[in-house]
Write a protein of this length. Sequence first.
Lengths: 166, 166
Amino acid sequence: MLDLIKTRRSIRNFTDKNIDDELVDKILEAGRWAPSGLNNQPWRFAVVKDQGLKDKLSLLTKYSHSISSANVLIAVFLDQNVSYERTKDCQAVGACVQNMLLSIHWLGLGGVWLGEILKSGPEVGEILEAPSGHELMAVIAMGYPAGPAPKIPGRQGLSELTFFRK
Amino acid sequence: MLDLIKTRRSIRNFTDKNIDDELVDKILEAGRWAPSGLNNQPWRFAVVKDQGLKDKLSLLTKYSHSISSANVLIAVFLDQNVSYERTKDCQAVGACVQNMLLSIHWLGLGGVWLGEILKSGPEVGEILEAPSGHELMAVIAMGYPAGPAPKIPGRQGLSELTFFRK
């Protein structure tokens, strides 16, 4: 488990091999089982495989290549109609995304958590026909990894991150 | 992996068996390797084993029992000095907490993600000598599980959560 967590990395280049719908469902399933405050499950999903849609979305971020070359996109929205406290809801969405990223890695696929595209949240919502009150929180681009595995960015040590221990 | 995600539950009752420091470090290590926007790693940790401190903290939430009977508490703070965008930073903290909860479960321990105590964030920060700009984001109470495993609260189905698929 710890090994899975530590070897996960952001994969931004993909082959054109198709991901079976069954695998996509497994990944969404992992997201669905995340914890949330009061179990309010504020996450909502849009799944994109259509190349025309991916190309349209790719124009809304500087990371166009990851979007257009991904086999599948999972856009994660916060349903503000069931939101109860923004800080906690954003944390819950983060837990949900992390469940999906770990599952992607575990399944031998590669994925990247895209946040820069949030600047175009309303436009993404329009393309994906998001219901009212749905706010874009993240896009996961995924596929079978192409090319050499990228380096994992380093992390600060535990002693730097832990300010109190008693 | 999916099985681990789906069988994780909130454990609120603990035996008085001690958790080795080595295991606590493994759990923090899992948190440390979470993804964050721009890899800013905004999470900071305070680890509490001292019973006097736990009892003090337990007065700051209605979930006193989970706090005072836990063997170890991990309080997770957001370091606003390295924060770059609140929504994304809260998501990163959520990913970090989820890594730790999954690791706790994987190690055969039990834990619960406490959010209600955020209402007393400044008081918690004072007790734990949090540096300036450290905002309480979550407390994980953990220990060896006592009593029967609690029911896992249900989740909405994928078809309810997925509003777009093309």
